[in-house]
Design a protein around this ligand. Structure first.
Ligand SMILES: Nc1nc2c(c(=O)[nH]1)N[C@H]1C(S)=C(S)[C@@H](COP(=O)(O)O)O[C@H]1N2
Ligand SMILES: [Mo]
Length: 446
């Protein structure tokens, strides 16, 4: 690929991401590849690349000729910031609330900026948030987990009790069942942050629920379901079938190597791999073993799928195979013809991603993308594919297949089965329309 690889493929970020000042200068300097990183790169593009894109025609570039202060002076001392922060040049990358989505910000959503993330792990400070009744900073010394119901011995655990049990660490995605839910009827939001940003992926550390149920002696005959309850005011309660509970569900205290953030359920949350976010009960304080589902408000009134016949489908909890291209994506502007590294994310609640195909002509022709390692079950998988944009209009789509053989559907295929008035579980293929101007738009293409 390096043969003939040109340093083109510049992209202007989506409008809600203010451009840092340095970047504005970079864009203004027509034909000069003026970022120091680019200019300093040992010229893979020197051979054969057009001059304007190679970085070699900037002999007078002060960014490389003048030694900056950071090369001449003494830098900041260690631990100047006891808890590290992103560079101030990255401040535009934030989780964002969708204006007007809910009346109260305490019962709302903030979306992760997928367009600006790399690899598969979501930084803790950019994890999406969904609170039904606001978030809390709970004192871990006061927090308790009770396990009751059809168990030989009901128990109450402190955090200290839990954290001394045999633990596991596993990487999984969490996706709200309502992710992409605004797009059932038509195109609704401009950028991938708002269309797919109720999605994050982390390494969780905790104890397997099976270990806890074992400790309490869950009734193997009548114990068919587990109820999980949160300690916030939303009375968040969800029923899990026992097979799921005993499979890979975790009671987790850590996320990406540190304790959970308060926004994500500190000090304890349920991790239900492959299942919609609502079952990942935060501030987890109680687990009850029972012989039938509880049919609580969040499994009867909410998180049900309105079907075309007017009935609601309940307990559709698995997040089916899905993918989205994050670069380029809605609201961005492609500034050059030529080479682009098209990149995106794929995931399935049923297992591993087997392949991702990408189309540049609205689904007529498909090319297989490269899957970057690791490819883990019920985790985000990063894909990349090369594209040379010739400057003509294009429609970019990605289509994921998981290792159970499920293939991501087109939006019209999904609507044929599910209608268009649903909210939850829209895993359809996303289309990004590229105009001749290079502008990228959210589009629905059948
Ligand atoms: N206690 C409690 N748990 C909860 C919720 C909540 O409001 N309260 N929201 C649920 C929903 S709908 C989702 S999508 C996920 C969001 O988790 P996050 O805020 O860590 O992204 O938490 C789930 N668990
Ligand atoms: Mo959710």
């Amino acid at each position: 690929m390096s043969e003939g690889l040109q340093l083109s493929g510049r992209i202007r970020p989506a409008p809600e991401v203010p451009r840092p000042a340095g970047r504005r200068r970079f864009l203004a300097g027509a034909l000069v590849a003026g970022s120091s990183a680019l200019a300093a790169r040992p010229s893979p593009a020197a051979s054969g690349a057009p001059k304007e894109a190679s970085g070699t025609d900037a002999p007078g570039d002060p960014a490389i000729l003048d030694l900056p202060a950071h090369t001449r002076g003494l830098g900041q001392p260690v631990a100047a910031r006891a808890y590290g922060q992103p560079s101030r040049w990255e401040q535009a990358l934030q989780r964002r609330e969708s204006p007007g989505l809910t009346r109260v910000s305490a019962a709302s959503v903030s979306f992760a900026p997928l367009q600006g993330l790399f690899g598969i792990i979501t930084p803790n400070g950019l994890h999406f948030e969904r609170h039904h009744q606001g978030w809390w900073e709970i004192d871990p010394a006061q927090h308790r987990l009770m396990i009751n119901g059809l168990v030989r011995q009901a128990k109450v655990f402190t955090m200290d009790d839990l954290m001394r049990l045999p633990s596991v660490s596993r990487i999984h995605f969490i996706e709200c069942g309502a992710n992409t839910g605004m797009e059932w009827g038509n195109v609704a939001v401009p950028t991938v942050q708002y269309s797919h940003g109720m999605l994050s992926c982390s390494e969780y550390t905790g104890v397997l629920l099976s270990t806890l149920l074992d400790l309490c002696g869950a009734d193997p005959v009548h114990g068919k379901f587990v109820l999980a309850e949160g300690a916030d005011g939303s009375s968040m309660t969800r029923t899990l079938p026992i097979d799921q509970a005993l499979d890979d569900v975790m009671v987790a205290w850590a996320m990406n190597g540190e304790m959970l953030r308060p926004e994500n359920g500190y000090p304890l949350r349920l991790v239900v791999p492959g299942v919609q976010g609502v079952s990942w009960v935060k501030y987890l304080r109680r687990l009850e073993v029972g012989d039938q589902p509880w049919h609580t408000k969040d499994e009867t009134l909410h998180y049900v799928d309105l079907m075309p016949d007017g009935l609601h489908r309940q307990y559709t909890s698995i997040q089916e195979v899905k993918s989205v291209i994050t670069t380029p994506s809605g609201g961005q502007v492609m500034l050059d013809k030529g080479y682009y590294n098209v990149s995106g994310l794929a995931w399935s609640g049923r297992g591993r991603i087997r392949r991702v195909d990408v189309s540049f002509d609205g689904g007529r022709n498909w090319r297989q993308a490269r899957l970057e390692t690791p490819v883990l079950p019920k985790a985000l998988t990063r894909f990349n594919v090369d594209w040379v944009w010739d400057g003509s209009p294009a429609v970019l789509q990605s289509r994921a297949t998981d290792d159970t053989g499920h293939v991501q559907p087109r939006i019209n295929q999904l609507r044929a089965l599910r209608g268009s008035r649903s909210i939850y579980h829209n895993n359809s293929i996303q289309s990004w329309k590229v105009a001749e101007t290079g502008e990228v738009f959210n589009a629905q293409v059948f």
